[in-house]
Ligand binder design. Structure first.
Ligand SMILES: [Zn+2]
Length: 260
């Protein structure tokens, strides 16, 4: 039996295969979400901060948003909260020291594939992977230093089911409300544990960003840059962190952002 650790995520448990792509695709509620209009929601002259707990979240959640914002020539800053060094406990192939270089390099490769590396400036905060909940004060201070009054924040959903994602979402939301900034929270792991029409997701505050077939294809290629997350670790037997089902599901033709 799998032991489920209580990390403060309540019943938002990432377990098993999760809800499938087809279940989400067949749900009419998803198609009827309001559209996120980029030109009005991300106006010219406003900087956009994409706050990603781990290298890959910016792509899994926001590849389409990033491409479309780059096309509009918006000023984009990717804030990497951690370098994802704890994804392979006890591994001989991927030690934390190696992952500290490998995972940011995977992000750079993915941005290259999307054709937007020139448009995105990356800032690493170097918090400890897996420990963002315990390091919320550090994250708060680091973000407060970075943020200016014209910024628009994009972060992970504060009920995404992964403790690091939830902590990042909470801190970003808190800063946004204190500084009167707009904050969009992207769904990533929520697609796994939630089900269509799930009451734990505030669908009434959700906006969908539609991706073109080309943008979806680019997003798929960009995800394939995260090789460390796609392979079985032969030194420990750990299954890929991003399973084929997870990748298929994240390639829905919409990215969904919660904006209270
Ligand atoms: Zn993550």
């Amino acid at each position: 039996m799998e032991v489920i650790k209580d990390d403060g995520v309540g019943d938002r448990i990432i377990f098993g295969d999760g809800t499938s792509y087809h279940e989400w695709r067949g749900w009419s509620g998803l198609q009827s979400l309001r559209q996120l209009d980029l030109v009005t929601c991300f106006p010219e002259g406003r900087r956009v901060l994409i706050i990603a707990p781990h290298p890959d979240d910016e792509i899994l959640g926001c590849a389409g948003l990033l491409q479309q914002l780059a096309e509009l020539k918006r000023d984009i800053v990717l804030v990497s909260v951690t370098n994802g060094t704890q994804s392979h406990p006890d591994s001989q192939l991927y030690t934390p020291h190696q992952l500290n270089t490998i995972r940011p390099a995977e992000t750079h490769a993915a941005l290259d594939v999307l054709g937007i590396s020139h448009a995105v400036k990356r800032i690493a905060l170097n918090l400890m992977d897996g420990e963002i909940t315990a390091q919320q004060d550090w994250l708060y201070k680091a973000l407060r230093k970075l943020i200016s009054s014209d910024d628009i924040l994009v972060c992970t959903f504060d009920k995404d089911g992964h403790p690091d994602h939830e902590a990042t979402g909470k801190v970003a939301q808190q800063l946004a409300s204190e500084s009167h900034l707009i904050c969009y929270q992207v769904l990533i792991w929520a697609w796994h544990w939630a089900a269509p029409d799930d009451r734990r997701i505030p669908w009434q505050n959700a906006l969908k960003l539609e991706l073109t077939p080309q943008q979806l294809q680019d997003k798929n290629k960009a995800i394939l840059c995260f090789k460390s997350q796609l392979e079985t670790d032969t030194s420990t037997g750990q299954a890929p962190i991003l399973s084929p089902q997870t990748i298929q599901r994240i390639l829905l033709p919409y990215e969904v952002y919660i904006c209270d």
